[in-house]
Design a protein around this ligand. Sequence first.
Ligand SMILES: CC(=O)[C@@H](C)O
Length: 266
Amino acid sequence: MNIFVKFLMVIMVLFSGCIDTNDNSVLEVNSEQFSDVLYQVSTINALMEGLYDGFIPVSDLLTHGDFGIGTFDKLDGEMVVLDGICYQIKADGVAYTVENVTTPFAVVTWFENDETYYLNDMNISEFESYFESKFPSKNMIYAVKLTGNFSKIKTRSVSPQEKTYEKLADVVKNQSIFEFENVSGTCVGFWIPDFMSGLNVPLYHLHFITDDRTAGGHILDFEINSVEASFDITPEFYVILPTSEEYYGMEFSDNLENDIKIVEKQ
Ligand SMILES: CC(=O)[C@@H](C)O
């Protein structure tokens, strides 16, 4: 083997030795930093207008996250996804585990604690402003989880609707209300920046399920006794829009932002 070839081989060995092709620390940091995707089915404005026909199976939804909220085909109850299990809290107030149903609107992610706070003796308004003050930015999406004991929680659920569907602001006028006292469980949901209004519910949108996974609903009010509150910074957003004729032809109303406030807190 001539001297030149040997020289090239030595150079190649030396050069390859200083690049650790297994060094994927940069990729790890990037993938770790941006592994959080908010996966969303449809939009809140479409739901507000009465687009209640499910089109994504819950079994598919659960491949995109282990944590989240939503509703079900025909608006049949409130959804909580926690630890990879989907619960349907129906208008009878009972939580059922489900997979072989579809959803018209849902929001899930793989929940990873970024920051955790231990909170005592707070009402919902005090919690909302305190927790917002801990967010690194108001321009970001956060998954929000509260686990612990609540002196009071007020939730709602809704009954399955028949066509011609009423708008959500009208449906909730007949919602079922559930009042819990001294209850332990988990609040599951999100904090969405204002500029995403229309796509999703701006600011907080939280659902609840009891520790024994038998009851819960869409949170209207609560008083914290003692909880562990965590948020997950979620910088990526993926939405799958309906392809139905109803959605294609939908003309969205102008006053939906006000209606969303009514629906979320009524
Ligand atoms: C998706 C929701 O939270 C409504 C149905 O309460």
